[in-house]
Design a protein around this ligand. Structure first.
Ligand code: HEM
Length: 398
C-alpha cells in the first residue's frame, strides 16, 4: 500500500544528545519553523522551532497548558496522571502556597549559602579524585551537586537520593516503560512524599514541610494533590538541574580558552552560564500547549484543539534571534534565550539554577586546575530516550 502524506510526517522527538542540535531540528527550523509532526503517542502536533512563534505561543493565554490534562486532551508522550502535575504553580497559588515556593527558589535562596554549595561541590570532586582517573563528572559533579542542593532545599533526606533519582529517571524516560509501569513508579514516589510530609517533625526540614504546615492551616490542597506536587518538585528540579550541569560541563570543557578567561575574570561567570544555558541541548521532548482559540503562527493557521510542541533548544539556535547561533560565545549580549520558558509558566527554579551553577562551575575550575575531558567530545555517551537529556558519563582527567 502506498504511504499516505500523514505516514510521512516527521516523528518527534529528535534529540538524543546534548552537545549538538539534532540535524532534523535544524532542518525544520530553516524550512518550516512551524511544522506538522507525529508524536510519541501516535497523534499529530505542530512543532515550533522558530523563536518568534515560540515566544508568541508562550505569551498568549489562548495557548494553554492546563487544558492538556482534560480527558479529551491530545497526548504528547505518556498520559498526564493528575491535573496538578501540569499546573503545579497554579494549584499552589490558589492554595496560597506559591509565595513560599518562590521564597525558597528565588534570588535569596536562604537554604543554599554559596559557601555550603562550594563545599559540597569540593566534596564530590574529592571523592572522584580519590577513586582515581578517569573520573566521571556526571556522577561526581552534576548529579551530586543537583541532589545535594535539591534535597536540602526541599528538606528530603540525602541518603534517599539513589532511590529518589531512580524513580525520577524512570519518570523522564520516553520510550521503554509501559503507561502502567510509569503510573506505578509515580505512585511509589507520591506515596514516599506523602509519608515524608505526614511524619514531619515540629521544626520544618525544608520547603516541603513548610508547604505542608501552611496547607494544614489553609486546606487548599488535598493530601494527594500536595504529595503529587511534592514529587513533581523533586523530579523536575533534580532532573533538569543534573541534566543541565552535565551537558554544560561537556560544553565548557571543550573550550580551554574560555576556561582560562573565567579563571582570569571570575566575574564573567554569570554571562558564561547564560551562554551554557542557551547553547546546551537539554530537552529530549518539547514544551506542550493546547490551542483554545484559532490563531496564526506566521503563515500557519492553528485551530482550537490542536497540540503545539515548542522545541526550546531549536528556538535558542534561531539565527534571527541569535547571531551565529552555533558558536559558543561566553560574552554573548544580549542573550534572550528561552531555556526557562517565558511568560506565565516561566520556570520558578531559574534563579536557583543560575546562582548554584555559577558557584559549582567556579569551584570546579578552582579546585581542579587541570580538569579536561578524557575522551574526544564526540565519544561522550548519552542516555537514550530521555525528556531531560543527560550524559551517561562525563569522563575526565585532572
Ligand atoms: C536547568 C534546569 C531547569 C530547566 C532547563 C528548567 C526549565 C523549565 C521550563 C522551560 C519551564 C516552563 C515549562 C512550560 O512553559 O510549560 C519550567 C517550569 C517549571 N520549573 Fe523548571 N527548569 C529547571 C530547573 C528547575 C528547578 C531547579 C525547579 C525547582 C523546583 C524547577 C521547577 C519548575 C516548575 C515548578 C515549573 C512549572 C512552572 C509553572 O507552571 O508556572 N525547575 N522549567
Amino acid at each position: 500500500m502506498p504511504a499516505t502524506e500523514e505516514d510521512l510526517l516527521p516523528h518527534y522527538p529528535f534529540s538524543d544528545r546534548g552537545d549538538r542540535l539534532a540535524p532534523e531540528l535544524r532542518d525544520l527550523q530553516r524550512r518550516c519553523p512551524v511544522a506538522r509532526v507525529r508524536t510519541n503517542a501516535g497523534g499529530e502536533a505542530w512543532l515550533v522551532t522558530g523563536y518568534e512563534p515560540a515566544q508568541h505561543v508562550l505569551r498568549e493565554r489562548k495557548f494553554a497548558r492546563s487544558a492538556l490534562a482534560g480527558p479529551d486532551g491530545p497526548t504528547q508522550d505518556a498520559p498526564i496522571l493528575a491535573p496538578e502535575l501540569l499546573d503545579a504553580m497554579g494549584y499552589l497559588q490558589r492554595a496560597g502556597l506559591r509565595d513560599e515556593v518562590l521564597k525558597a527558589l528565588g534570588r535569596a535562596q536562604p537554604c543554599l549559602p554559596a559557601e555550603w554549595v562550594a563545599q559540597v561541590t569540593r566534596e564530590g570532586l574529592d571523592a572522584m579524585v580519590e577513586a582515581g582517573g578517569p573520573g566521571d563528572l556526571q556522577h561526581h559533579f552534576a548529579e551530586w551537586v543537583a541532589a545535594r542542593c535539591m534535597c536540602r532545599t526541599l528538606g528530603l533526606p540525602f541518603e534517599d537520593r539513589h532511590w529518589l533519582a531512580e524513580r525520577a529517571d524512570l519518570d523522564l524516560t520516553m520510550v521503554t516503560p509501559t503507561n502502567e509501569e510509569l503510573a506505578r513508579n509515580w505512585e511509589e514516589l507520591r506515596l514516599y512524599m506523602h509519608q515524608h510530609i505526614t511524619a514531619r517533625p515540629a521544626e520544618p526540614r525544608g520547603l516541603l514541610d513548610r508547604l505542608a504546615d501552611l496547607n494544614d492551616r489553609r486546606r487548599g490542597l488535598d493530601d494527594k494533590q500536595l504529595s503529587n506536587i511534592a514529587a513533581l518538585l523533586f523530579v523536575t528540579s533534580y532532573e533538569d538541574f543534573a541534566s543541565f550541569l552535565g551537558v554544560a560541563a561537556v560544553h565548557l570543557l571543550q573550550y580551554p580558552e574560555v576556561i582560562d578567561g573565567l579563571r582570569a575574570r571570575p566575574d564573567t561567570m554569570p554571562q558564561c552560564v547564560e551562554e551554557l544555558l542557551r547553547h546546551g541541548v537539554v530537552l529530549g521532548n518539547a514544551i506542550p500547549r493546547f490551542v483554545t482559540q484559532d490563531d496564526k503562527l506566521g503563515d500557519v493557521s492553528v485551530k482550537e484543539g490542536d497540540l503545539i510542541l515548542l522545541s526550546l533548544d531549536a528556538v535558542n539556535y534561531d539565527p534571527d534571534a541569535f547571531p551565529r547561533p552555533g558558536s559558543f560565545d561566553p560574552a554573548r549580549s544580549p542573550n534572550p534565550h528561552l531555556r526557562f520558558g517565558y511568560g506565565r509558566h516561566h520556570c520558578p527554579g531559574a534563579h536557583l539554577v543560575r546562582r548554584q551553577s555559577e558557584t559549582a562551575f567556579a569551584t570546579l575550575l578552582e579546585h581542579l586546575p587541570g580538569i579536561r575531558l578524557a575522551v574526544p567530545a564526540d565519544e561522550v555517551p548519552w542516555v537514550p530516550n530521555r525528556m531531560a537529556i543527560m550524559p551517561a558519563a562525563v569522563p575526565v582527567m585532572w
